[in-house]
Design a protein around this ligand. Structure first.
Ligand code: SF4
Length: 254
């Protein structure tokens, strides 16, 4: 493989493959287009505002200022993707929902009390000779003591009891990437769920990152086998109800 044709892995593509190889194929091999999803676009809008909020002076990082940023960010999002204008039929309701998510954010953190060292930080690694691993971290804070925490904002609800570990996989991959590139083990991983105002936290140990690394190697091996054999079994689950490809998926069209 040339360096351009390396297998590109990210936490979401690894999840796709493990949830359903057929879904991974549609998205990552065939690269079939998907229409914008309202949930994803709402997430983008809220992420943009939280990103821009840290451009302001600490005393100006207030709920009112965050909500003030919404209309301009939304306008820029529509300019970049004009089809959103028809997708969102009630703009007031749409912006009110985003404002409510931002208000919830302030019940979980006080952004006036710290600096966000990195926002939308791209982490990458030549993971194997033929595998490139990367991801975008919503926020990575380095404390004056040098301790690192990795933050990811979610606009949905927190996972049900017992599913937190699966949810933390994404942040463990980011922690692994940061550890590989900077030699520092992040002290805290934190998922911020704005949908129900809950936090999922973890203090990662090196063994957690090594487990994530082994899982990534196993997944890369399995994907190479799938590519070689052109074998992408569909794996029906509750996810199918949300899957854009259900109408063409062999599991639902026999
Ligand atoms: S409909 Fe279900 S089985 Fe088919 S690709 Fe989507 S997630 Fe996989």
């Amino acid at each position: 493989m040339s360096s351009d044709s390396r297998l590109r892995l990210s936490p979401s593509s690894v999840n796709d493959y493990n949830n359903c190889p057929q879904l991974y194929k549609y998205r990552s091999i065939d690269k079939l287009p998907q229409p914008p999803s309202l949930d994803a676009e709402r997430g983008t809008l809220v992420h943009t505002v939280l990103h821009d909020l840290f451009e302001k002076l600490p005393q100006d990082r207030t709920p009112a200022h965050a909500i003030e940023l919404l209309p301009k960010s939304w306008q820029e999002q529509i300019e970049a993707k004009p089809e959103l204008a028809t997708l969102v039929t009630n703009e007031k309701e749409w912006l009110d929902r985003a404002a409510s998510l931002l208000t919830t954010y302030f019940t979980l953190e006080n952004p006036a009390t710290f600096e966000a060292t990195h926002r939308e930080m791209h982490l990458e690694d030549d993971f194997e000779e033929n595998v490139y691993l990367h991801g975008y971290v919503d926020r990575l804070d380095v404390a004056p003591t040098g301790e690192v925490r990795i933050i990811d904002y979610k606009t949905g609800k927190s996972p049900k009891y017992g599913w937190e570990e699966k949810a933390l996989f994404q942040l463990r991959v980011y922690a692994l990437l940061y550890w590989k590139t900077n030699g520092v083990l992040p002290r805290l991983l934190q998922l911020i769920y704005l949908g129900d105002g809950k936090l999922v936290k973890s203090n990662p140990k090196l063994s957690d990152l090594e487990s994530a690394e082994k899982f990534l190697h196993r997944t890369a091996t399995d994907i190479f086998i799938s590519i070689e054999k052109n074998y992408w079994p569909p794996k029906p689950s509750k996810l199918c109800d949300w899957c854009f490809f259900k109408t063409i998926c062999p599991a639902h069209n026999d």
